[in-house]
Ligand binder design. Sequence first.
Ligand code: INI
Length: 163
Amino acid sequence: MTASEGIGRCIEGRFDGKGQARIALLAARFNDFIVNALIGGAEDALRRHGVPAANVSLVRVPGAFEMPVAAAGLVQRADVDAVIALGAVIRGSTPHFDYVAGSCVRGLAQVAERSGKPVILGVLTTDTIEQAIERAGTKAGNKGFEAAVSALEMVDLMRQLAQ
Ligand code: INI
């Protein structure tokens, strides 16, 4: 949406990665068959939006539960503008789905709020492996790609808000 008669100013992020966005992909090893597809989607989106490979780093953690602490470390770095968390928590594979998914999502949100840097949620939480596959590059798109586009939008938005 752009400014219109009743809106004097509209601030929205652009998707242009040539503005030197520095992005950390934070990816779980658990369910790596799915997560690797999310990483591929994110990498594709960043490259096609003009982000140089040198500005993209990949950090691996054992599982979704470990993401918040690693994200907290990453947002402190001056060379990281946004973190994209990529993982898959699948209900069918664990009786503690709710604990893992809940603390991952809650923890990542906290890191973003406390640091003021975007932490993008590209963590799938699904009932079945099939649903996860659908969201990792098959019929429901690739959530890694979508997460990367959101990261670029947020990096640009935060830069504009800081001006
Ligand atoms: N981690 C995931 O990323 N996805 C899962 O589906 C999952 N399951 O099913 O348990 C999972 N568990 C591991 C967890 O994130 C931690 O790595 C582990 O408990 C060690 O702290």
